[in-house]
Design a protein around this ligand. Structure first.
Ligand code: MEV
Length: 438
């Protein structure tokens, strides 16, 4: 039986389901009912989800949790987080509570510039190309006016366009490297539309530029696309307190804890194997809020990791120090986020998440997201340098093990109580469950 299909997107949803079930899941009697089980009973809401992407057959749920008690620049937030990993929301809440009693998080947006590029080939005299660019720059901006007018009314728009010579890397390769201010929009559509207009004008007007020879007039556009590398769309988040104040909830003295903590961060600064895991912990917090607020977590991931490698070797996104008796822990990350456009006005849960955060603008959301990352990193390093990560992690994972073995509510209650004082391991939980059942 053929497993390929043509014209699939034109089939109805139920035809698509029948096809996937009969072609790839013929031995699973429950396949269809599992898919249908996740449909929303509200038909309008289901249709909204169906239309987010092509070939929707059902919905994929992630838990939406909330982490309360985040004090950020004097304002208290409860942060929504969409994530499947059991310990993340608990860790965020714990870190939030810890810093609530120590002055909270301080944040600042450093810059909000986004980048897009038209990549093109030109094999003529570089000086003539420069002269052409100078002569055409105003026209590039003018032709993009229908796209930029609204953004400009609100104070954003195209900041600059530069011609960049990349012929040292690839023969004949140049760029129009443009910078943008997109305010509360993530700006991908805006930037890409501007770039495609630049490319059109740049290619067409070259035919009329007298200083070009007939060969030079033929500029080849390779592609026009925004960059998800946004090192100038930066936010900083910090916590600090006197070293002694760290002791309260730690098993170590404040100064021993601070010393170990700073060492742990230094290791992540110089050792890529550790830096990746260290930053993964930061992204646990960041992605969860990015997802809950309807933003593009793949774009954020790509940009953040590129930033972590900006000095030529992959390194920690966060830093820590003790100076004059003050412990300071901070991170600086690039975040291109939106609070208008995209899913933000469409997905009911995204709208609710943004409302929960007090309808932040993009700059405010950048700060909240950065804090979620710093809090997560703090919680992870605090566990790692004191009790070890598994204690808390396995406690949170207990419910997953119990669910895997289809424990009843009363079995769960019993075993959660029991493992409050015992070490959670997969085998210990299974053994205890079996004992209970017999
Ligand atoms: C697990 O999801 C994240 C950690 O590994 C992060 C870290 O090691 O810093 C705990």
């Amino acid at each position: 039986m053929s497993k390929t299909i043509f014209g699939f997107s034109k089939r109805s949803k139920s035809e698509k389901i029948d096809w996937i079930v009969s072609t790839y899941l013929p031995n699973n009697k429950n396949a269809k009912s599992i898919l249908l089980q996740y449909w929303n009973t509200d038909e309008k809401l289901q249709q909204l989800h169906d239309e987010f992407i092509e070939n929707t057959i059902t919905n994929y749920y992630l838990p939406l949790g909330i982490a309360p008690n985040f004090l950020i620049n004097g304002i208290t937030y409860t942060i929504p987080m969409a994530i499947e990993e059991s310990s993340v929301v608990a860790a965020a809440s714990k870190a939030a509570k810890f810093w609530l009693d120590r002055g909270g998080f301080k944040t600042e947006v450093i810059s909000t510039i986004k980048i897009g590029q038209v990549h093109f080939k030109y094999f003529g005299n570089p000086e003539t190309l420069k002269a052409y660019f100078t002569s055409i720059k105003q026209q590039l901006l003018k032709d993009a006016k229908p796209i930029t007018a609204n953004m400009e009314k609100r104070g954003g728009g195209i900041l600059d366009i530069e011609l960049r010579d990349k012929t040292i890397d690839i023969d004949g390769y140049y760029q129009l490297h443009a910078s943008f201010e997109t305010l509360d929009a993530m700006g991908a559509n805006f930037i890409n539309s501007c770039l495609e207009q630049f490319a059109k004008t740049f290619k067409n007007e070259a035919l009329n530029f007298d200083a070009f020879s007939s060969d030079e007039k033929h500029i080849e556009i390779i592609m026009s696309i925004l960059s998800n590398y946004v090192p100038e769309c930066l936010v900083r988040a910090e916590v600090n307190c006197p070293v002694e104040a760290l002791a309260e909830n730690s098993k170590l003295s404040g100064s021993t804890f601070a010393k170990k903590f700073v060492e742990a961060v230094k290791i992540a600064e110089i050792e890529p194997y550790r830096a990746v895991t260290h930053n993964k912990g930061i992204m646990n917090g960041i992605d969860a809020v990015v997802l809950a607020t309807g933003n593009d977590f793949r774009a954020v991931e790509a940009g953040v990791h590129a930033y972590a490698a900006r000095h030529g070797s992959y390194s920690s996104l966060s830093h820590a120090e003790v100076k004059d008796g003050i412990f300071k822990f901070w991170l600086e990350i690039p975040l291109a986020l939106g609070t208008v456009g995209g899913l933000t006005g469409l997905h009911p849960l995204v709208k609710l998440a943004l409302e929960m955060l007090g309808k932040p603008n993009a700059k405010e959301l950048m700060q909240i997201v950065a804090v979620a990352g710093l809090a997560q990193n703090f919680a992870a390093l605090r566990s790692l340098t004191t009790t070890g990560i598994q204690e808390g992690h396995m406690k949170m994972h207990l419910m997953n093990i119990l669910n895997q073995f289809e424990a009843t509510n009363s079995e769960k209650q019993h075993l959660v109580e029991r493992f409050k004082t015992e070490t959670v391991t997969h085998s210990a939980v299974v053994e205890a469950l079996e004992k209970l059942r017999h």
